[in-house]
Design a protein around this ligand. Structure first.
Ligand SMILES: NC(=O)c1ccc[n+]([C@@H]2O[C@H](COP(=O)([O-])OP(=O)(O)OC[C@H]3O[C@@H](n4cnc5c(N)ncnc54)[C@H](O)[C@@H]3O)[C@@H](O)[C@H]2O)c1
Ligand SMILES: [Zn+2]
Length: 359
């Protein structure tokens, strides 16, 4: 087991290891003094892990409630959030109690936002059960729900009191969702850690889970410690996301987040190479690792489509957009690019597909 301490507006430990759910009751009661606990989960995760966790917490003398909503991004709404708040109020939950987010990023984000706002803030625990939630959403305190106008438009920065990553939970995760999380893991390698990238290149999907997840969390911890409120260096975590979000949108969310981020990373590194910000080796390494993880590196959407989708009409021409570009594996820079230059940048980024498939 590894313990990583996050230092932010609240300091908290992140536990990473195998079988930690079996001891979650102990970890929770050691770190939070609470009378009641409310487990919030979704319809896929609750039946797998919820009842055992509830029983263990009850054995520790806690009164345990649970709130379960239908799995999926479509539940990350103000309506579900309101239902959670009403559930907490009806059960007389106070600031001496705690919420436990048991699930992927959807559960974590909505539970975190409910915890941030109910009674102006009550303690909460993240127990992430997807790879993405372990390496990304459960650490760093970004909480949110979606609006019809867009994802994550309402939220708060609110750090958890404790994060428990049981890598055994990944055993029940469908492979496609695991792969989506791999795109974020690869992202950390490209951004910050050539050694991590190398380990992933050598082992593919058989990478050492505990070591890699803990390393990604350490990297995220460092970013959060230096820029908790996302006004500077935390932007680097958006590598592949500017165009990735556009692809998700254009595909009506039939392209998953991880796949879209993978394509976004391929576009940006190919364009970076064409513009001379990185060498051919870096571009090729990014494209190869995506192929190795069976993640896509190309798209049929055109540069004008991607340009329009990536730059919402909020951006006026002449403004600059910060793109995160790799310079070598393990190093990236924030590059401000004028909006009127972005379309040709994307066009350059799309050029890899043809020479890639002919190799
Ligand atoms: N707060 C942040 O910093 C941050 C960062 C990145 C992403 N996010 C958010 O995270 C969300 C995506 O998270 P996600 O990819 O985990 O999606 P998710 O929570 O929807 O989980 C994906 C699917 O896997 C199922 N699942 C989860 N754990 C499982 C397990 N162990 N076994 C079997 N099935 C399991 C879920 O029920 C769901 O159907 C998005 O809403 C995104 O905006 C937040
Ligand atoms: Zn992401």
């Amino acid at each position: 087991m590894r313990i990583i301490t996050v230092t932010a507006s609240r300091n908290y430990p992140v536990f990473v290891g195998s079988g930690l759910l079996d001891n979650a009751d102990q970890l929770i009661t050691e770190h939070i003094k609470c009378t009641n606990a409310v487990i919030i989960s979704d319809s896929h995760v609750w039946p797998l892990y919820g009842p055992a966790l509830r029983d263990k917490l009850q054995e520790k003398g806690l009164h345990v409630y649970h709130f379960v909503f239908p799995a999926g991004e479509s539940s990350k709404t103000i309506a579900t959030y309101t239902e959670i708040l009403n559930f907490l109020a009806e059960n007389h939950i106070t600031r001496s109690d705690c919420l436990i987010a048991l699930g992927g990023g959807v559960v974590g984000d909505i539970t975190g936002f409910a915890a941030a706002t109910f009674l102006r803030g009550i303690p909460y625990v993240q127990i992430p059960t997807t790879l993405l939630a372990m390496v990304d959403s459960s650490v760093g305190g970004k909480t949110a729900v979606d609006l019809p106008a867009g994802k994550n438009l309402v939220g708060a920065f609110y750090q958890p009191h404790l994060v428990i990553c049981d890598i055994c939970a990944l055993n029940t995760l469908p492979i496609s969702i695991f792969r989506d999380g791999c795109a974020e893991v690869i992202k950390y390698g490209i951004l910050y850690d050539a050694g991590l990238f190398e380990h992933l290149s050598q082992n593919g999907l058989a990478f050492c889970r505990e070591e890699v997840i803990a390393r990604c969390i350490e990297l995220k911890r460092d970013v959060v410690a230096s820029d908790e409120f996302d006004t500077g260096l935390r932007q680097k975590l958006n590598l592949g996301h500017t165009f990735g979000h556009g692809i998700e949108n254009l595909s009506n969310y039939t392209v998953s987040h991880g796949q879209a981020v993978a394509i976004g990373m391929a576009i940006i590194s190919t364009a970076a190479c064409q513009y001379g910000y990185c060498d051919n080796k870096t571009k090729t390494a990014v494209n190869h690792i995506l192929q190795q993880f069976a993640l896509p590196a190309t798209t049929d959407f055109t540069a004008p489509q991607l340009y329009r989708a990536a730059l919402s009409d909020k951006k006026r021409s002449g403004e600059k957009v910060n793109l995160i570009i790799p310079t070598t594996i393990g190093n990236c820079e924030i590059l401000p690019v004028a909006t009127n230059e972005i379309e040709s940048f994307i066009q350059a980024g799309l050029s890899y597909g043809s020479d890639y498939s002919s190799n």
